[in-house]
Design a protein around this ligand. Sequence first.
Ligand SMILES: [Zn+2]
Ligand SMILES: [Zn+2]
Length: 370
Amino acid sequence: MRTPITAAVLEEPGDKLQLVELLLDEPTDHEVVVRTDRVGLCHSDLHYLNGALSIATPAVLGHEAVGTVEHVGSAVTRLKPGDRVVATVTPSCGLCNSCLRGRPTQCVRVDQLRRRERPKLLTHDNREVEVLGGVGAFAEAFLAGEASLAKVSDDLPLSVACLLGCCITTGVGAVVHGAKVTAEDTVAVIGCGGVGIAAVQGARLAGARRIVAIDAVADKLELARRFGATDTVLATDPTSTADRVIEILPDGVTHAIEAVGRPQTAELAFTILAPTGTATILGLMPAGAKLSLSADALVYGDRIVQGAYMGANRFLSDVDMFTDHYRTGRLDLDAMVTAELPFTAINDGFAAMADPTTIRIVLDFRPEHP
Ligand SMILES: [Zn+2]
Ligand SMILES: [Zn+2]
């Protein structure tokens, strides 16, 4: 028996999302049905929406979600109905070589974890609907594997709990797990959207001695200061932006975090590194994108360029870590949510992402029940 649910469906990139009724399958043995409470609008969703990143259509996007477990498959042991859960697009098996080496975001069995015989979602005329990242949370309810869900404490407000699914995990995780920033470090964060602001907060949390925020929009730099940036650089062309960073920190930075998703900003992250510094590249780039780096700077300077996909997270324990830092006021989640809208206003929400003072817009699925 499939359950009818209302979802925001992408039919063609560039189109607005359509709120339509879809049919949600029952959970398989290892899956959980989650009633969606709040979902954040992430730039990755926007990239799929406008076609900068591609996904099979029709599709249900949405991956930064918190919800309530409705029912669970027969083999689910860790979660039960009524639990509050946050979803991740990086489930992990715990048993493969990547997982055993402490890199669960590179789990080699993700496809196996997500595989199922029937489509999760069907339209009324029996078309299969793709779901983003094994989640697809722009819907009243979604199906996710147990491995894609972390239990989150009920004392964390719903409106900020969803941020732990992507924005905070990626930005803070990149600093803590990816770059492993310490009190000795000087950090530059390129791009001050949701993930960039989270990275600024991560650098503050890790005790970095200088935090240089870089963005092309002055309003975003003001925001970055509120979250812990000690210095700011208004980005213009790559050469003068790099020069400005070197004026502030003549040796260069020991860590640069790129949170834009363009080859030029990734190259800038490398250019501003001190010898032995590390550039951590977070932004999702168009398929086939390539970077051009100075071989001399790399080879003679022992510099490092690395990825930290989804903040190189350890999702289940990270959710608890972030919750503790939030409770003690070291991680400001409340100020990251700049607007809350009802789910039905999802297209207005995406339009509002163009406003430079937007950090995160969160959709509320039950605005009548605060
Ligand atoms: Zn995201
Ligand atoms: Zn694994």
